[in-house]
Write a protein that binds this ligand. Structure first.
Ligand SMILES: NC(=O)c1ccc[n+]([C@@H]2O[C@H](COP(=O)([O-])OP(=O)(O)OC[C@H]3O[C@@H](n4cnc5c(N)ncnc54)[C@H](OP(=O)(O)O)[C@@H]3O)[C@@H](O)[C@H]2O)c1
Length: 318
């Protein structure tokens, strides 16, 4: 496993992180037992992964808590809490007070079975909610930090709706965040122009999500998204084989699968510290951890991807 320094946190983290959310939620989304999900976490740890990302909203914190019993010191725990009132719209302005947020964090600690969280993120923040975060929730996070309950402050964007990184562009003007999580992938690499230059300038720890998602792991989803981008005039159909749009990546000197290419694409992007991989399958986990240690894609493949998708910022690949 390769390790990197997570920006200003100074944490030494594996460049591949285990994502416990997404469409799989460690396989909980499609029927894995708790024991099977724990086995995924243990396999990842045994292969050198020391970065685990979860959230209250995923329902996987208790599984992570169970998996790290007796092994807490081996892992960096990144978890998140949503910022809106229960039952309110995630996009709206019915947001938690600092005191309510602090009370909620006790649940994260309990579910994870730990007395401290390494990185606590405000989960899926929209730009219209950002001022409230700074005014009301950041002081609460500092209070939690002073109490030793959290070590570092993070914020994650809602990439499905905020595909051009409006919230993070704003957040990175401030010196508040130790870590951010951004969507970035072969079909929407726009963080390269917005988020990543700023994180590098500020030495902000940077986590990559949506490396693969559906668009780069399911051929039907790939076909759908490519045709959407062509119809919207965002990519030129003459630049790729519309029947098999990523065939150019599957050359002998390039990648064996689109998924492999997708993870390698993210892994070597300047400014990307940890690439999260989400899976409920031991086989996929092993494959993904292996490909995340492989070299960058050949320059010609990277150039072609830049030429085709370089200006796309309106899809997430969800
Ligand atoms: N706003 C936020 O804060 C936010 C939003 C989204 C995600 N996240 C975090 O980011 C993490 C990563 O996102 P993600 O889970 O969507 O990860 P991802 O790695 O981009 O995509 C995972 C999807 O790809 C499939 N997959 C994985 N490896 C595969 C392989 N080798 N071959 C074929 N299919 C494969 C998985 O299904 P299988 O289970 O079948 O492998 C799953 O459906 C999440 O788990 C979560 O921790 C945060």
């Amino acid at each position: 496993m390769q390790y990197v320094t997570l920006g200003k946190t100074g944490l030494n983290v594996s460049s591949a992180g285990l994502g416990c959310g997404g469409h799989s939620r460690l396989g909980q989304a499609y029927g894995n037992s708790t024991a099977q999900s724990i086995a995924i976490i243990h396999a990842a740890m045994d292969m050198g992964v020391n970065f685990i990302d979860t959230a209250t909203a995923y329902g996987t914190e208790p599984i992570v808590g169970e998996a790290i019993k007796g092994r807490r010191d081996e892992v960096i725990i990144s978890t998140k809490r949503t910022i809106f009132q229960q039952g309110a719209s995630p996009t709206g302005n019915e947001l938690l007070t600092g005191a309510e947020f602090i009370t909620g964090v006790e649940d994260n600690l309990k579910l994870l079975g730990t007395d401290h969280i390494d990185i606590l993120h405000l989960h899926g923040v929209f730009a219209n909610q950002y001022d409230h975060c700074v005014q009301e929730l950041v002081p609460a996070l500092h209070q939690l930090q002073d109490q030793g309950k959290i070590r570092f402050l993070g914020v994650t964007e809602r990439f499905i709706r905020d595909t051009n990184h409006t919230m993070l562009s704003r957040a990175l003007e401030d010196d508040v965040w130790d870590v951010v999580m951004t969507g970035f992938n072969m079909i929407n690499p726009s963080a390269r122009h917005t988020v990543l230059p700023k994180t590098q300038e500020k030495n902000t720890g940077t986590l990559i999500m949506f490396a693969v998602r559906r668009a780069l792991s399911d051929p039907d989803a790939t076909a759908e998204i490519i045709s959407e981008l062509i119809s919207a005039g965002l990519i030129d159909p003459s630049d790729l084989d519309t029947e098999n749009p990523f065939s150019f990546l599957l050359a002998p000197n390039c990648a064996s699968t689109v998924t492999e290419a997708a993870y390698r694409f993210c892994r070597h992007e300047p400014g990307a510290h940890v690439v999260l991989t989400g899976t409920g399958s031991l086989e996929h986990l092993k494959e993904n951890l292996e490909v995340l240690q492989m070299p960058a894609l050949p320059t010609e493949a990277q150039d072609k991807l830049r030429n085709i998708f370089g200006n796309v910022d309106s899809v997430s690949g969800n």
